[in-house]
Each structure stands twice: as C-alpha cells, then as structure tokens.
Design a protein around this ligand. Structure first.
Ligand code: TMP
Length: 241
C-alpha cells in the first residue's frame, strides 16, 4: 500500500491517504499531551507500543464480533485502517471511580462500581470536550438515536471483553475512552486507538498505575509503565501479536 499525502496531524497520530479512497494509514507518534493540549511531552517508544497494542486488542475484539477500523499492521508505527467519518463523541466506560468522575462527584479513586458507567463527551477541543447526554447529542445532530444505542451496546461489550482480557494479564481496566466512526457503508465501527493513552490500567495486585496518568500526574516511570503493560499483553498473546 503506497503512503500518499498527509491528511491530518493530531496530538498522538498522523493520518495519510492511500491509493484506495476507503483506506488510510495512521502513524503513531511519541508525542504526549494532557489537559486538552496544555501539557506537552514525549514518551519514548510510545508510538510503537500504542500501535501494536491497539492492533492486538482490535484483532481480539474483531474475533468476538466487534467491527473495527483495523485492516493490517504495516510497520512498528504504522497501520492500515478503514476510512471513517468520526462520530464526534468521546465514549467513556468506567468500572472503578477515577479521574474526572472522582473530581466531578467528589469521591475517592478506586471504588468499584456495581455496573459499568457509559458517558459521552462532545469531541470538541475548543469547548474542552464537554460532557453531554443522548438528547444533547441528538439536538446537535452528532448521531442518530439508533447510532447512540449501537455505540452504547458496543462500548459495554468491548468493556466486558477487554476487562476479562486485562484481568488475565494481572491488570485492572479502570476506565477507557473509545471513538466510533462511519465507513462508506454508513455502519458504525470502532475507530481511533486502545492504548495506555486512552485507558486507565492498574496492576491488579499493587494498584500501581500503568498508563498515561503517570505522565498527566508527573508520577515518573512513564516509559517503564508502557513497556510493562505491553510485555504483559505480549506474554498473554505470544510475542507474535
Ligand atoms: P477522565 O477520567 O479524565 O474523564 O478520563 C477517562 C478515560 O478516558 C481515561 O481512561 C483516559 C481517557 N481519556 C482519553 O483517552 N482522552 C482524553 O482526552 C481524556 C480526557 C481522557
């Protein structure tokens, strides 16, 4: 597949055209940002880990019937994906209290929920990705009611599958963010990435944070944490993933 013009550069990835109008190449960077781009840094080797981890997890989800944008890993940082129109929603699933949930509702981090929560934010950097509900999303024309229902159903099923997978690696899946898109056929598929940038992953035995919170909160050991979760995933899948 020939890499064409760069179409877009985001905070953590670049996107390139290909000769097929329905396929794109994403290239993962080591750049890290937090707090809506206010904090900048580099996490050495992150792009390689996020590319390989996201692909391994999307393959796992595909095997379980979840449609994703993943097509083929091209190199350690680059992947061929289906072109989609991104639904401008950040879909966040939580199993334990943490992050903005703890802050908003004044509860300590680490409280397990009886049932997972699903919430939507409007994907809009200028507005700071404000939280919104289904009727707001409908009013803004971000998605149809059927799409919102499908997205919520996929998000909960993905949570069930990933939670079980990470548990088998000795990792607690605290929460994560998903993005969905519409390919040319108008269906809804999982897009973007699943990585320590977009998930909270805690060591199940010690509670140690093995994700981007180490960068967001200046905890140190950022690269080591990314390498540790990747090593656990590889041990689980075999290093061929
Ligand atoms: P939050 O607690 O800050 O709302 O984050 C919930 C989850 O979403 C957490 O796993 C980190 C992820 N996340 C992103 O992937 N991108 C973002 O911009 C934010 C704010 C959170």
């Amino acid at each position: 597949m020939i890499k064409g013009a760069q179409l877009y550069e985001g905070k953590a990835k670049k996107v390139y055209a290909t000769e097929d109008p329905e396929l794109l190449i994403v290239s993962y960077k080591d750049d890290a940002t937090a707090f809506n781009g206010l904090k900048h840094g580099t996490i050495s080797g992150k792009g390689v880990i996020n590319n390989r981890m996201s692909n391994a997890l999307m393959r796992l989800l595909e095997q379980q019937g979840i449609p994703t944008h993943f097509v083929q890993e091209l190199s350690e940082r680059e992947t061929l994906v289906r072109k989609v129109n991104i639904v401008p929603l950040e879909v966040i699933v939580r199993n334990l209290s943490a992050g903005s949930f703890s802050k908003r509702y004044g509860v300590e981090e680490g409280i397990p929920f009886k049932e997972p929560t699903v919430e939507f934010s409007y994907k809009n950097d200028a507005l700071g990705d404000p939280l919104l509900n289904d009727s707001h999303a409908l009013a803004l024309g971000l998605a149809t009611r059927e799409e919102l229902n499908q997205i919520r159903q996929y998000a909960l099923e993905i949570n069930r599958l990933l939670r079980e997978f990470w548990l088998s690696c000795g990792v607690t899946l605290v929460d994560f963010k998903l993005e969905f898109g519409r390919p040319a056929d108008g269906s809804i598929i999982l897009a973007d990435e699943i990585s320590p940038d977009t998930c909270r992953l805690w060591d199940s035995a010690t509670g140690e944070k093995l994700d981007k919170d180490r960068f967001r909160r200046d905890l140190g050991g950022v690269e080591d944490a990314y390498q540790e979760v990747m090593a656990r995933l590889e041990r689980r899948f075999g290093s061929s993933c």
